[in-house]
Design a protein around this ligand. Structure first.
Ligand SMILES: [Zn+2]
Length: 343
């Protein structure tokens, strides 16, 4: 998801693009829709062929994309954030038989074959990557951990713990839940509560939030003592929904007591890592500070440093089409989430 602050609006865009990682005119610049329509599988040492090493860094390619998308936006662009990006290096197959063939279609490509193609192909290597596996037994008690296929966090119902993959082992994760009165017809969605240091704007307490967002509430004395936290979604959803939801929860500043126990009800998998959630903090701030025409040009002066985070499961009531959270006045269309059939 790419978010951009321009004039007095935050524009959002979902991006799924690819760009050639070598520098050659005989191969296409982009995979087009192939990266979405063809099934990808991991490269293994058994795979035959010559794998050309990437010649352009991801940073360079990303810069290309940014310039391309910025050209479609009104100027100036005050701030941009990428959230939830998933970067993959994809190898596309070609072969040489007099001409250069696209090995997916088994058809010759239209491009001229350059004279140094043999040299170029000789510069390729055999793959020597392999997948590494982590045991999904609870490091604390040895019980089977549970989690959906795409979940970034695995849970132990036996010793009531949550785990996320670290470099070569699972790491324990602090979590809490806002308890529901009863778990009937409830699904818990994961959120990240993130404590930060903010400079460049006065936003330490709930009272400060009411002021900078110009919320229609009368500041009460004890609100100066309520520490401001960002709340981010812990799951991916389309960008048109992502930012409004994140903004709404952050403006609500939930103060409900948190219980450090896993909920008994259905849990939605964590699919947005906290590192990516952090990328969304400033754009959330940009989405609620007013007036925008004064604040947007000052965005570059504002610095947000994450200090600590907590995974919080928030109960939502399931109805026919929606999941709703009455306390924070949140409603999410069910068809925007990847829910199991029986939910
Ligand atoms: Zn355990």
């Amino acid at each position: 998801m790419l978010f951009s602050c321009v004039s007095d609006a935050v524009r959002e865009k979902f991006i799924d693009v690819s760009h050639q990682a070598i520098e050659s005119t005989c191969f296409p610049h982009s995979l087009g829709f192939r990266s979405q329509t063809l099934k990808l599988r991991f490269v293994s040492p058994e795979d035959e062929g010559s794998f050309l090493p990437p010649r352009q860094s991801f940073g360079r390619v990303l810069q290309n994309f940014e310039e391309r998308f910025q050209s479609q936006l009104p100027k100036p662009v005050y701030y941009q954030a990428h959230i939830g990006e998933n970067v993959s290096l994809i190898y596309a197959p070609y072969y040489l038989e007099g001409r250069l063939y696209d090995a997916v279609l088994n058809e010759p490509t239209a491009k001229e074959v350059p004279e140094d193609i043999e040299n170029m192909m000789a510069g390729g290597t055999r793959p020597n990557w392999h997948l590494e596996f982590l045991s999904t037994l609870c490091p604390n008690c040895g019980w089977d951990l549970e989690g959906e296929k795409d979940s970034l966090v695995l849970l132990c119902r036996n010793c009531n713990s949550a785990w996320q993959p670290g470099k070569d082992r699972l790491q324990r994760l602090k979590f809490g839940q806002i308890a529901a009165a009863d778990d009937q017809n409830i699904i818990y969605l994961p959120f990240w509560r993130i404590k930060t240091d903010i400079t460049g704007i006065n936003l330490d307490s709930y009272a400060d939030l009411v002021k900078v967002a110009n919320l229609p509430r009368v500041v009460q004395d004890h609100w100066h003592g309520i520490h401001f936290c960002f709340w981010s979604l812990g799951f991916k959803i389309r960008p048109q929904t992502f930012l409004p939801l994140m903004t709404r929860v952050t403006l609500s500043q939930p103060q409900e007591p948190l219980v450090a126990e896993l909920p008994n009800g259905d849990l939605y998998p964590v699919t947005l890592p906290v590192e990516e959630a952090v990328e969304g903090l400033k754009i959330t701030l940009a989405n609620f500070i007013v007036p925008r025409n004064v604040q947007f040009p000052r965005l570059h002066e504002i610095k947000i440093t994450p200090k600590s985070y907590l995974l919080v499961y928030v109960p939502f009531i399931k109805d026919h089409h929606n999941l709703t959270q009455p306390l924070f006045k949140l409603s999410i269309l069910k068809n925007q989430l990847k829910l199991a059939k029986n939910l």
